[in-house]
Design a protein. Structure first.
Length: 195
């Protein structure tokens, strides 16, 4: 299962990271030289500057197409076979619509849970800030730790709440798509075909 997550991450995330790095190298402000690689205002500069957004869109599509891979791996498939099954089940007319219809409410649930828990964890800021400043004497570390603690708590609690729901929902969708793909034709259809 961990190999599926790792392989899926290696497929999905390098493209946006490389596009961001390349776009910054070609269009970003270069402090050590007066020479610009791409002149501002040209269509090539605009295309390169927009390439990270396009790469993120492609990464989201890839991530959606491979969202059923952990459920396929739970059925005993290896990492590569699980990714291929997820790809083949998702890129059907029914599969793409169902994956998208499941993903949007789950993403909204996760974002809402993170936002709610972060707001509820805001009273931790002064407590953590005071404790770390007293323990280390470092005001800056205490200040930033105080800022980050509600966010970390929000992410961890939201993950603990929404991950089981998400995994169960995608496993049920995987089973439904797999069974509808491999189900035998109905008796009325076979009788009509043989007549």
């Amino acid at each position: 299962m961990l190999a599926v997550y790792a392989l899926r991450g290696l497929i999905v995330w390098p493209l946006p990271l490389l596009a961001e790095e390349a776009a910054y190298d070609l269009t970003g402000p270069q402090l050590d030289t007066d020479q610009q690689v791409l002149e501002r205002g040209t269509w090539l500069h605009t295309c390169v500057a927009a390439s990270p957004a396009v790469a993120v869109f492609v990464a989201v599509l890839l991530r959606l197409a491979l969202s059923l891979a952990p459920a396929a791996a739970a059925h005993g498939l290896g990492p590569g076979a699980a990714l291929r099954r997820s790809w083949s089940l998702t890129w059907t007319r029914a599969g793409a619509v169902r994956v998208l219809a499941l993903t949007i409410p789950l993403a909204a649930l996760t974002a809402g849970a993170i936002r709610l828990v972060v707001q509820l964890a805001l009273p931790l800021r002064p407590l953590v800030r005071g404790w770390i400043e007293e323990a280390t004497g470092n005001f800056f570390a205490a200040y930033y730790a105080g800022i980050l603690v509600p966010v970390i708590v929000g992410i961890l609690v939201a993950a603990a709440v929404t991950l089981p729901i998400t995994c169960t929902a995608f496993a049920a969708l995987h089973d439904q798509l797999r069974s509808s793909r491999t189900s035998p034709p109905r008796a009325g259809n076979t009788a009509g075909a043989t007549a």
